[in-house]
Unconditional design. Structure first.
Length: 182
């Protein structure tokens, strides 16, 4: 059997939906060529929703700051000690709310960054040049085990693989020239 010196397996993220397979079995592919594209519609919607959430959090922070301003003015004007204590408590609560919302802002920014990274990585790229030998859209082999989504056989160096029996092994030595016929 004449076979490529090397082949490699292309795996896809099973948690993502494939929108398009850009190659077929037998196609020659170059290193860096796009093989598969993921569907990014849902991710784009999640980015938009996260941006809306972020805008809402910024609005809540701004409202808390205005409330603190108002409470500080009331605190400065009042002479009643009980009222001052109540206003101080409300001011501290509002400041704590702002701190919590600022943490929420950081969390949302990280979430948006994660979605944008997934959108940017929405394609599976070939790491080597070769020929597509197998595409397994189910991700399972015949025995039910997980297998590679795609197998690409590298071009270039080939090797000859064959079998010999116990009776004719003594006829071959390492480095011996041989004639190969198809």
């Amino acid at each position: 059997v004449v076979e490529s010196q090397d082949s490699y397996e292309v795996n896809v993220d099973s948690s993502r939906t494939i929108s398009e397979i850009l190659v077929q079995v037998g196609d020659a592919v170059e290193q860096g060529q796009t093989l598969v594209k993921y569907d990014v519609g849902e991710l784009e919607m999640q980015v938009k929703q996260a941006n809306l959430d972020l805008e809402g959090i910024y609005n809540e922070i701004e409202n808390e700051r205005k409330d603190i301003e108002t409470l500080n003015k009331k605190h400065a004007e009042t002479m009643d000690e009980d009222e001052k204590f109540r206003l101080e408590t409300e001011i501290r609560t509002a400041e704590n709310n702002i701190t919590q919302k600022e943490l929420d802002v950081e969390s949302k920014k990280l979430e948006i960054e994660k979605y944008q990274k997934q959108i940017a990585e929405s394609s599976v790229i070939s790491k080597k040049s070769g020929i597509v030998r197998e595409i397994n859209e189910t991700g399972m082999n015949s025995s039910g085990d997980e297998s590679a989504f795609m197998v690409i056989q590298q071009e270039g160096e080939y090797r000859i693989k064959g079998t010999i029996s116990e009776q004719n092994i003594w006829m071959l030595t390492e480095g011996q020239p041989v004639i190969i016929r198809s």
